[in-house]
Structures are given as C-alpha cells and as structure tokens.
Design a protein around this ligand. Structure first.
Ligand code: ADP
Ligand code: ASP
Ligand code: MG
Length: 364
C-alpha cells in the first residue's frame, strides 16, 4: 500500500484537480490510499465564516463566495463528463452556521465540522475524476481515532489500525480515498487535527496500514534549506533523517505539519516530499538513513511568537523559580516554545505563541 497526500496547493482549481487525477493514474502501481486536503484557501474561508457567524455578523457575501467556488468546481467536473455522487450537504453546513449566528457561540465541535468541510469537497470531486478505478471512500471519522479536543486533536496509530482495517475490508479496492485533517474522538464525534493537519492524517494512515511509503505532494520540489518562498537561493535537500525533518517542521518549515514525522518514524515508513507541478523532480526522502554529514542542512523560522522575561535581583540562587513560572503557565495549557536562562540567574526568558501572550501576562 502507498499513501499519497495532496495538499490544498495541489487542489486549488479544476486544472490542478485534473493534474492530480492524471498523476494518480500514472502512479497506480500497487494499492493506493489518497488523502486529500481542501482546495487551497478554502479552509481559511470556512474559518472566516465560522468567526463571522460567531460574532453574529452578516456572512451572506462570504457564504455566496464559498458556494460559488465549490459549485464552480463541481460544474467543471460535471462538464468534463463525470458524475459527482458524494457531494457534501451544503444545507447542513448553512444550518449550523445559522445556529452559530443565532447563539453568538461556536462550540469547538461545530467549528470542527465547519472547517473540515473543504476536505469533503475535494474528495467528492476526485472520486468523480477517478471513477474508472472505482475509488472506495474511507470515512476519516471511522478510521482515525484521536484525543484531546476538537480542533487540535492528537491521533493514535494503535487506536486507528482497527478503523482502517474495518473500513477497507468493507469494499476492497485498488484505490482508497479519504479526507485529510479529519478524525474522531472516543465518543465518535468529528475532530480536526490542527491547521495544515492533512499531512498528519496521511502519516497516521501510512503507519496504521504499514504502507511502503507516505508521499506528500505539494507545490515545491521537496524540503529546501530554507523556505523557497522567501529565500530564492534555498536548495533542495535530497535526503533527511526523521529527526532532521522533525526538527525543521517543529520550528516552522510549513512544508510538513510538525506531527507528521513521528508516526512515520515509529512505523519505519519512508516519507517523500514531491511536487505535483513538477512530478519528475526526485523530491526529498525522509527516512532512517542519516544524512551524509553533520553540517547544518536547513534553517527555518517561526512567526507570531512573543518573548517574556522574568527578572529581578531576588531570583539569584533561589531554587525553584523556573518551576514556579512554568507551572503557572502549564495550569492554563500555555505551551512554551523556547526557554533561556541567564548564567547569572537574574532572568528567565521564554517564548510563547502570541495568541497565549495575554494569558501568560496574567500569570507572571
Ligand atoms: P500544501 O498545500 O501542499 O499542504 P503548504 O503550503 O502547507 O502546502 O506547504 C508548502 C509550502 O511550505 C511551500 O510552498 C513553501 O513555501 C513552504 N515551506 C516552508 N519551509 C519550507 C522548506 N524548508 N522547504 C520547502 N518548503 C517550505
Ligand atoms: N485544509 C486544512 C488546512 O488548511 C488542512 C490541510 O490543508 O492540511 O489547514
Ligand atoms: Mg500543508
């Protein structure tokens, strides 16, 4: 089994969708599981819709834009002679948004439903384009088990194996297709795996079915020595170890969701990064083969962080200061990204995500 994940940048419009369908056809060597993101930018639109509704602001214009874009894609696929059978229920989405607007509240469970809608659109369109292979739809909420909230859930490979097995045994197929980003909790409710989380879905799927490879198809040739969007001289890295890839993704290399590599590493599934728009490029291979030398391979950066410093002469030699500071933040689930302490012990500095800044300031 091979797992192929296509990101939003590979599914942004009808031309991209057709390109992906042709690519999948040309790649069909063995059993294949496709994991799809929402069409590029659609999740942002859904997040915006949820926020407008929650603030009881009018969202007709944004709703109309979403419907126009989605139905435009549907129409183009149908015009090309394909029948769409699995189109998600827009009226249900609209009802949920209206409910949110009425209450002025958007519970995380509802938000997860709203923001994962785009993945289902991609899957419906791709199922139609690949009709000659009769792709079997895998319900991600039946396959991927997760814990820890509705919006940034953590998936479990051991708990997901049974789900994949059960779903796949219902209709054995050469091609399976599953929406990314989506999972469920132990009550069977829909959860999402954090923004950019379809990479993570693919990794969980690959580890669960013990795939021979997990391919992440995106809009760059592979993992670069820096973000090629900003650094034009960045070069592609052909081979990375799991550890190197993990460090890069945790420190901001958007090409991979940070939680992607661990499931692949634990299951020894090699992970390839490939370019949908340049499939002949060799891509980058992430595996347990260590890099060829010990030089720095790449640089990455994180945005929207805030640095806080706790300092004062009273801190010198005082045992337990650091633990008091971090305990206070841990109680409110504030995640600390980086910590430094001056050697003279007068100050401790640490970085948090900017969205946690106000909460952090209350505690220190
Ligand atoms: P997708 O829609 O396929 O999930 P993303 O936008 O999430 O694509 O990720 C691909 C983007 O990641 C690239 O367009 C690139 O700008 C960015 N990126 C950041 N750091 C790196 C890096 N070190 N190597 C390659 N791409 C990177
Ligand atoms: N569509 C989701 C997002 O934009 C997940 C993904 O693309 O990986 O965050
Ligand atoms: Mg991505």
């Amino acid at each position: 089994m091979r797992v192929l994940k296509f990101g939003g940048s590979s599914l942004a419009n009808y031309e991209c969708l057709s390109k992906v369908a042709s690519l999948v056809k040309s790649q069909l060597k063995s059993e294949t599981l496709l994991v799809l993101s929402a069409p590029g930018g659609m999740t942002d639109s859904l997040v915006e819709l949820a926020e407008l509704a929650q603030n009881s602001q009018l969202f007709e214009e944004q709703w109309a834009a979403l419907v126009e874009r989605s139905h435009g894609l549907k129409h183009q696929v149908e015009q090309a002679g394909f029948e769409i059978l699995n189109w998600p229920d827009f009226s249900q989405l609209q009802q949920k948004l209206s409910g949110v607007a009425l209450l002025g509240l958007c519970p995380d469970a509802v938000k997860a439903y709203v923001i994962s809608f785009g993945e289902r659109i991609s899957v419906a369109l791709m199922q139609a384009l690949l009709v000659e292979f009769k792709p079997t739809y895998l319900d991600a909420t039946q396959c991927i088990s997760s814990q820890g909230g509705y919006l940034d859930a953590v998936a479990s490979v051991s708990a997901s194996k049974g789900g994949f097995k059960q779903q796949m045994s219902q209709a054995p197929s050469k091609v399976y297709i599953m929406p990314g980003f989506t999972a469920s909790n132990d009550k069977g409710e829909l959860t999402t795996l954090g923004r950019n989380g379809s990479d993570y879905s693919a990794a969980i799927a690959a580890a669960s079915v013990e795939a021979e490879v997990c391919q992440i198809w995106t809009d760059v040739d592979g993992v670069y020595s820096a973000d090629p969007r900003f650094i034009t001289k960045a070069v592609k890295i052909d081979n990375l170890s799991y550890k190197e890839a993990m460090e890069l993704s945790y420190f901001g290399a958007k090409v991979l969701h940070p939680k992607t590599i661990l499931p692949c590493a634990k299951a020894s599934v090699p992970c390839e990064i490939k370019n949908t728009h340049n499939p002949d490029s060799s891509g980058s291979l992430i595996s347990d083969v260590a890099g060829d030398d010990k030089t720095v391979k790449a640089l990455s950066s994180l945005e929207d962080l805030a640095m806080l410093t706790v300092s004062g002469p009273g801190m010198k030699g005082k045992v337990g200061m650091a633990s008091r500071v971090f305990d206070a933040l841990a109680k409110d689930d504030v995640s600390i990204v980086l910590i430094t302490q001056s050697s003279c012990e007068f100050s401790i500095s640490f970085c948090v995500h900017e969205e946690d800044l106000q909460l952090s300031l209350i505690h220190i």
